[in-house]
Design a binder for this molecule. Structure first.
Ligand code: ASP
Length: 338
């Protein structure tokens, strides 16, 4: 895999952050920068297949306290594609089992000379805590049901590649809004970028509070379907549910699964998205998941692009701050619950 030598990327003037914790606290122009940088890096790496040396000499640590297939491997590949080293940590089999705290574990990993800690944890706000405790950059790879910023970014990048814009599109997030961090990152990100966002699902999983803060709330997929440009079908987060939120999976699927017959009532060019893992037959049927309108695997490919962009931008801000070229400190936001 040759280095293409295309290492002359100009650093964007508007980027000052050392951490990527959530989309709720980002400005629209910062999201734009992340998406534009992701697109540039995707193009320059031939779709994420060629190597650049933009981040040579740096190390990215993955600190995962929850399961992951896509996000962990995608962050690792993104770091490697830009020439960085990677360090993999899983709580299973580590000193966490001997009573070491989350922060002590993270500080131990940081002491090995890492530049970014990518963290996933089932407690909302853990990346924010690490950002205050660590000197290196922190990236949130999912904190409970709170946010999953790189998922929101890769979803927006995928929509933008197909539609050329986000502004003015109608995007429905369907399913377990209550427990989905993907939903929250999409909600904040899409709204800042000018999309009309509908949250749709059973009343037990879609709070009316979303309407109070300006999002459209719907409980019937069939009613909203004809006006949607994009459907993002979210998994039921059984691992975060401590009660029964609908009578049976069969009943949920009858009302909210995207099926071939529902596809016939949707816009012809509708985009079908899902963050994965998908549960075939629950939120989506196989013919839709594998059908021509599905961009589910493109989302995975775009995950590498947005993670390359995030790593590069955060490292650039950190280097500029260390060199005294960027004096304004980045504020660590407090996670806000909605
Ligand atoms: N992979 C996504 C997440 O970690 C979505 C999901 O698990 O349903 O949040």
């Amino acid at each position: 895999m040759p280095d293409t030598g295309a290492n002359d990327l100009p650093f964007p003037d508007n980027w000052r952050r050392r951490d990527l914790l959530e989309l709720q606290c980002l400005e629209a122009d910062e999201i734009q920068t992340l998406l534009d940088t992701a697109q540039t890096l995707k193009d320059r790496t031939g779709g994420g297949r060629k190597r650049l040396s933009l981040l040579r000499g740096k190390t990215c640590a993955n600190l995962f306290f929850e399961n992951s297939t896509r996000t962990r491997s995608s962050f690792s590949l993104a770091a490697k594609r830009l020439g960085a080293d990677t360090l993999e940590f899983s709580s299973a089999g580590s000193s966490v089992a001997k009573g070491e705290t989350f922060v002590d574990t993270a500080k131990t990993i940081q002491a090995m000379g890492v530049d970014w800690v990518v963290t996933r944890h089932n407690t909302p706000g853990t990346p924010h805590l690490l950002a205050r405790e660590l000197d290196c950059s922190v990236l949130n790879a999912g904190d409970g049901a709170h946010e999953h910023p790189t998922q929101g970014l890769l979803d927006m990048l995928t929509i933008r590649q197909h539609r050329g814009r986000l502004d003015g599109l109608t995007v429905a997030l369907v399913g377990d809004i209550a427990h989905s961090r993907t939903a929250r990152s999409n909600l904040w990100g899409l709204r800042k970028m000018g999309a009309h966002v509908i949250v749709c699902g059973p009343p037990t999983l879609v709070s009316p509070r979303w309407a109070e803060i300006g999002f459209e709330v719907a409980h019937s997929l069939d009613e909203i379907l004809p006006r949607c440009d994009v459907l993002n079908l979210l998994r039921i987060q059984f691992e975060r549910q401590h009660a029964r939120f609908f009578p049976s999976v069969h009943e949920y699927a009858a009302l909210y699964a995207m099926t071939a017959s529902r596809m016939r009532r949707a816009k012809e060019n509708i985009l079908i998205m899902a963050p994965g893992p998908i549960n075939r037959g629950v939120e989506i049927t196989p013919e839709v998941a594998d059908g021509p309108q599905s961009v589910i695997l493109e989302q995975v490919t775009n995950g590498i692009a947005v993670r390359m962009a995030a790593l590069w931008l955060l490292a650039g801000a950190a280097d500029r701050q260390a060199a005294g070229e960027m004096t304004e400190p980045t504020q660590v936001s407090q996670p806000q619950w909605s």
